[in-house]
Design a binder for this molecule. Sequence first.
Ligand SMILES: Nc1nc2c(ncn2[C@@H]2O[C@H](COP(=O)(O)OP(=O)(O)OP(=O)(O)O)[C@@H](O)[C@H]2O)c(=O)[nH]1
Ligand SMILES: [Mg+2]
Length: 511
Amino acid sequence: MWALLAAVRPGLRLFRVGRGLQTPHPVPPWPPCSVRALVAAGRWDPGNRRLGGVDGRGCGERPEDDQEEEEEEKDEAELLSHQPLLLAGAQRVCVLHPDVKGGTSHRSSAEWQVAEAAALVHTLHGWSVVHTMVVATRTPGRKLIFGKGNLAQVTETIRAHPEITSVFLNVEQMSSATKMELEAAWGVEVFDRFTLVLHIFRHNAQTREARLQVALAEIPLLRSSLKSSSACQDQPGRGSRYIMGSGELQPTDLQQRVLKEREAKIKRALERLCRKRGLLRRERARRELPVVSVVGYTNCGKTTLIKALTGDAAIEPRDQLFATLDVTAHMGTLPSRMAILYVDTIGFLSQLPHGLIQSFSATLEDVVHSDVIIHVRDVSHPDSELQKASVLSTLCGLHLPSTLLDSMVEVHNKVDLVPGYSPPGSRVLAVSALLGCGLDQLKAALEAAVLKATGRQVMTLRIRLAGPQLSWLYKEAAVQQVDVVPEAGEAHVTVIMSQAAYGKFRKLFPD
Ligand SMILES: Nc1nc2c(ncn2[C@@H]2O[C@H](COP(=O)(O)OP(=O)(O)OP(=O)(O)O)[C@@H](O)[C@H]2O)c(=O)[nH]1
Ligand SMILES: [Mg+2]
């Protein structure tokens, strides 16, 4: 990609490298625990509330699977060896926010959009925002986004600040033609929200699946660069193009074919992983572990909440957008001691191209298959309502079953930052995940929601110790507690079971 861009705009690369600092990005320190591994639930160690390993292998897999998996990983490594999307060093960024006049009124204020844009930039190691500009435009759909006068002013400002090494144009996505013209005018790299988010995703993706999904999301970007490079090539006097650092000269149609093959290979690799996920999901269902997915806008506190609910000290929330990119699962218990699996998910962000979310749909499939969804909201954020709307619209795009959407538990987080906060209705729970406030109420509400969603009931049964009832219950229901009454030769067993299982129990053991 990098070589591709450089070849499209000869000379630009050297210039930009000269203005940027070249420092490598460190690899994030925390190892994620992926769902596909976690739900190999047989390996759960009660002393360690996290589940499984990170390699995606269940307890029942055979040694010959190792070889197959090794080969798959080799193929995938090839697919993932690619050039950086953006400059590979620290950047001093100018955030340029087009303030659309006469646009839709439900958008958040320019001030908060700039703040979010700056937060995205700060997510990357060594990147800083050295300048911000909010520039009015009535013509955001035009090639150069701004009117002539404003554009000239922006150009002057950027050129007057040599410390700026790149410009983050805070639009969802710009065309390659726009990018090329703006870069030529401003003399620095210009990128949009889509490219920046992809870049962040690349840095934060830890598992094979997340990396492949990012690689898939990049394809349209590569394709559109190729198109503009082709347009450029058609102009007389232009040099030849390269693809993905191969060093080989290739005609455009061949490059397009390579890209198409690459896309197909990534999709196949993802399907392979998806099939594995399916197997593990069935295993999870067999073990009857209810699943609670935790969703919400990025940085709202999903990971912190799961840490608070599970007491898992190994979870490390970070004050960073898109800290969680791989879906992970964590074991917790509800007041009746029912064990459940909390699924931590990738945070949502407004104004992201549909394709980006689509490419993560394999990961988000876990949300579709969950029993209950918790929607976490940061109520201390001034754009909390807009964030809610953005999350709900993304969830709608995932085609969740309506029962799952209707039973969603809304959690208002970070109430410690809003003195005197009271939630708007009884269906909403106010918590501070950081301080651990409101968690008992939340667990009670979750238990009710899980029981309702799964049709289970908590009940205490009196059974004879001499008979086969106890072993039957262990096999067919979730035994929570056994209180033995030796003098009576019986036990009081608290179980969680479905109506159907209870009916079977009564039929088998009528007294
Ligand atoms: N004051 C306060 N801060 C909180 C609370 N919950 C989370 N935070 C902080 O918010 C920041 C983000 O928390 P995370 O749990 O990583 O948020 P997330 O939703 O998982 O973020 P992504 O994975 O990036 O989408 C961290 O700095 C947390 O310490 C809370 O209840 N109160
Ligand atoms: Mg997180």
